[in-house]
Ligand binder design. Sequence first.
Ligand code: NAD
Length: 454
Amino acid sequence: MSITSYNPADPADLVVAVEAPGAEAVRAAVGRARAAQAGWLAAGAGARSATLGRVAEAVEAHAEELAALIVREVGKPLAEARGEVARTAAIWRYYAQAPYEPSGAVHETAAGPGLLLTRRRPYGVAGLIAPWNFPLAIPSWKAAPALAVGNTAVLKPAPEATACALRLAELTALASLPEDVFTVLPGGAEEGVALVEAADVVSFTGSTGVGRAVVRAATGRGVPVQAELGGLNAALVLPDADVELAAGHIAAAIAGYAGQKCTATSRVIAVGAAYAPLREALVKALAAVDDSVCGPVVNEAARERMTGAVSSAVEAGASVLVGGGVPERAGWYVEPTLLADVPDQHPLAREEFFGPVAVLHAAADLDEAIALANDTPHSLATSVHTRSLDAALAAADRLDAGMIRVNAPSSGVDFHLPFGGTKGASHGEREQGRAALEFYTVSRTVSVLPGGGL
Ligand code: NAD
């Protein structure tokens, strides 16, 4: 079977086609990575730091080319693609400092002389499985911390983002990352399953169903695993909010990159008197969104899924406030869409569809808004729009979400802070920031007692 990716804006444009390597090749790659790991760790903090820093430089030196490839392969608008490339370089540079961080602590003994130490050590080979929607940033925020602390890594990218991942591997080679320290192996489910079966630590980002299977498989082997999954993210708008500002942020979170971010907003909850002005401002803001913000969805199946859900919601009584159709043009475009009166139990109000579509709800007060926002099994990011610090802090306290963003779009990630959701949106240790360094290492306790003779 071959792995292919096509340009979502021009489906006749084949970006890459490679033979799927198969499970045996995955096991062989993990074997080579395991053989390379001791040398990579022994190279020392200075060498690892310098190498990761060179990867950042290589990414920066090829920034425009990488941004163009992201645009072509996954349909991300150019401004966001450039932002992703810049963030990718920043991630490698941030983790280039990590090898110099303390790896443990010194403790007093409970009784008698001696020295007690904790020391974090790498697991061996990190198996990294990535989705297509951040084709450079997600592989990087998994690989960079794993490598910084002395693991080697094998990445299996999503088929839709194969060319970006292969280019990242070339740039790491250009940065003199030693052979077999970071391997990119294109593939689909078969290669993903094989990687989970062979790696010493597993990091997965992708859809909820696949992620649960990955967690079961890794846990069954007794291997540490983290999984970052889908989100059903809400935006709460309080009556005191600057409605125009909120509508701008929310429209960007609904339609930016055609809603294909795990942190995209798909439910808007207007509190009390905010409803009518927000509806009007949001319709205006979404109607003004163009290709420089939205872009196509990734493929035909994604567009069919999205438009099917909108039609079924309308049949169930929903009304379309803006959008609702697909433009007459080549490419997998969906109009930025806002619906009202979607029945509570309709899939559009309950599941992630990964498109530029959101549902508008009304809530009588903050309590009802928070209850509505929390009524989801996938709580990744929630935005709150208000001028009141008290209300913002109260909402942040009571919202059951991994990330709460006040007066900002729900989409948006600070790579140096922990990233993840609650309930079904995440499993295991957080990604990014220092949390990632903990995930890719295990703590050892060392007790050193006097050897006698002194
Ligand atoms: P997906 O689940 O279809 O695929 C993710 C990866 O898993 C791909 O590399 C795929 O080839 C691989 N895979 C498929 N079957 C597998 C199996 N049985 N075992 C092991 N690996 C397997 O997801 P996608 O369509 O690539 O990405 C979109 C999804 O990712 C959305 O649900 C989105 O919310 C989620 N996502 C989450 C985050 C986050 O951090 N929470 C970030 C980005 C995307």
